[in-house]
Design a protein around this ligand. Structure first.
Ligand code: FPP
Length: 228
């Protein structure tokens, strides 16, 4: 593929980390940190179209997050319910198309119903907001490989065609907040040639300006895809 001049990232994914630390630094319960995390999501979704991004993928709940205390899992699920209910009209107004990646059919039946409704009602949107729910990348790759095998041909292309992200643009940029430098089972396959930006900002403090900085950083990088 060789060198490619980069400018605009089309597909950006974010590992939204640091809600808990944000809350404890302020002596607040973790639930408040997650609430403020949702506020940060809301602001970003409003601006995404103006930033030239076609697809924003957010890691909202991993398949490992079930190991958290039941109360925290309940808080996160309730935030999800509230967020879909309150923000669906805004998604539609902002031309946002919701997509869910992960084993989301395994969530509570009322959430599944709400999500199905939201998917249907935003189906005409231009900008994709892909939310990862009950998502694990290794599980995704294993399932995709199994499906490719069942169809008779296991190659990088046939596996990719069975990933949740098969219909999304290739991942350009992966951002993680809170100073942690790891992928935590998120988009492992899709990150093969993605640029990565790790910022110290805790997720509730992350603003559209921070995302713009990451996009500017991305625009400066020279992507080689293994060539020179
Ligand atoms: C990481 O912070 C964040 C999460 C596990 C969940 C991310 C969820 C949200 C931002 C809110 C829900 C999202 C939507 C789209 C409704 P952490 O708890 O791991 O923070 P810590 O590492 O500081 O403890």
């Amino acid at each position: 593929m060789g060198e490619e001049a980069t400018s605009q990232a089309k597909h950006v994914a974010i590992i939204m980390d640091g809600n808990g630390r944000w809350a404890s630094a302020k002596g607040l319960p973790r639930a408040i940190g997650h609430q403020r995390g949702v506020e940060a999501v809301r602001k970003l979704v409003r601006d995404v179209g103006q930033m030239g991004i076609e697809c924003l993928t957010l890691y909202a709940f991993s398949s490992e997050n079930w190991k958290r205390p039941e109360e925290e899992v309940d808080d996160l699920m309730n935030l999800m319910r509230k967020f879909i209910k309150s923000d669906l009209p805004e998604f539609i107004a902002n031309d946002v198309r919701l997509k869910i990646i992960g084993d989301w059919q395994g969530l509570a039946p009322d959430i599944v119903t709400m999500l199905e409704d939201a998917l249907e009602r935003t189906a005409g949107g231009k900008y994709i907001l892909a939310v990862a729910l009950n998502y694990g990348s290794q599980q995704e790759i294993a399932a995709a490989a199994a499906r490719a095998a069942a169809a008779g041909e296991v190659t990088a292309d046939t596996i990719a065609a069975h990933l949740y992200t098969a219909d999304l643009p290739p991942l350009d940029l992966l951002v993680r907040t809170s100073g942690e430098v790891r992928l935590s089972n998120f988009l492992l396959w899709q990150s093969a040639y993605a640029e990565m930006v790790f910022v110290d900002t805790l997720w509730p403090d992350f603003t559209p300006d921070h995302l713009q900085q990451a996009l500017d950083d991305f625009a400066q990088r020279e992507r080689r895809y293994g060539g020179r």
